[in-house]
Design a protein around this ligand. Structure first.
Ligand SMILES: O=C([O-])CC(=O)C(=O)O
Ligand SMILES: [Mg+2]
Length: 222
């Protein structure tokens, strides 16, 4: 069982962590986003850190207990639970341990329990569902292997950013100034678009131009 070998610098984690996941997703070509996953915290909570991955069998959390103790402060335990929602993989106790260890959060492709208590903790926990049904601790499982979590590929060391929109995964090899600057450019452009919507000056020519190009307007499809 390997620990995470490479980590993105704290400066980049912080810089990406300030930008909306929607915009980061756009900067990554509109891929690398998780789907049907939400947080069990008060609104406004942000998640940012290095992926420490776990693959479990359905409803079994033995390897997650191990991972919490192997991970380092700032790591996010990202769990491929196969999307199984009938049995929780963690709850208030494991979240409290993770928070005390300085981990940055949990992301579960599956279910959690104790959502109200987790909300009070203020520790970022994302999952697909909540159920009182508890996990088994039989194993097996895998630690720090590439996984699929809520439709996104996650590798150990990838940068995970979460907010009220959901979660974006920035692959380790793409967590660089180039993608950061693209996200900042999109952020500035959207700010300008909102100002133009307010002022009534936003240009919509691109819609008809695109329809023309596709032959829908002025073409054989009309
Ligand atoms: O039983 C477990 O392993 C998980 C659990 O309930 C908790 O974290 O509160
Ligand atoms: Mg419990």
């Amino acid at each position: 069982m390997e620990s995470v070998e490479k980590r993105v610098s704290k400066e980049l984690v912080d810089a990406f962590g300030e930008i909306s996941t929607t915009i980061i997703g756009d900067a990554l070509g509109r891929f690398n986003c998780m789907s049907s996953i939400g947080h069990f915290n008060k609104p406004g909570i942000r998640l940012k850190g290095t992926a420490f991955t776990v693959k479990t069998s359905a409803g079994d959390n033995l390897m997650i207990h191990k991972a919490i103790h192997m991970a380092e402060p700032g790591d996010i335990i990202v769990i491929d639970g196969g999307g199984f929602e009938n049995r929780a993989l963690l709850g208030e106790i494991m979240s409290s341990i993770g928070q005390k260890k300085g981990l940055a959060g949990f992301v579960v492709d599956g279910a959690i329990r104790d959502p109200e208590e987790i909300k009070e903790l203020g520790f970022p926990v994302y999952a697909k569902a909540a159920t009182p049904a508890g996990p088994f601790r039989e194993g097996p499982g895998q630690i720090n292997v590439p996984i699929i979590c809520a439709g996104a590929i996650v590798k150990p060391g990838d940068l995970i950013i979460g907010d009220d929109n959901g979660i974006t995964v920035i692959p380790y090899e793409r967590a660089n100034n180039e993608v950061l600057q693209e996200a900042q450019r999109i952020e500035a452009m959207e700010k300008k678009q909102l100002e133009q919507i307010e002022a009534g000056t936003l240009n919509y020519d691109w819609i008809d131009e695109t329809l023309m190009k596709k032959g829908v307007l002025g073409g054989t499809n009309v």
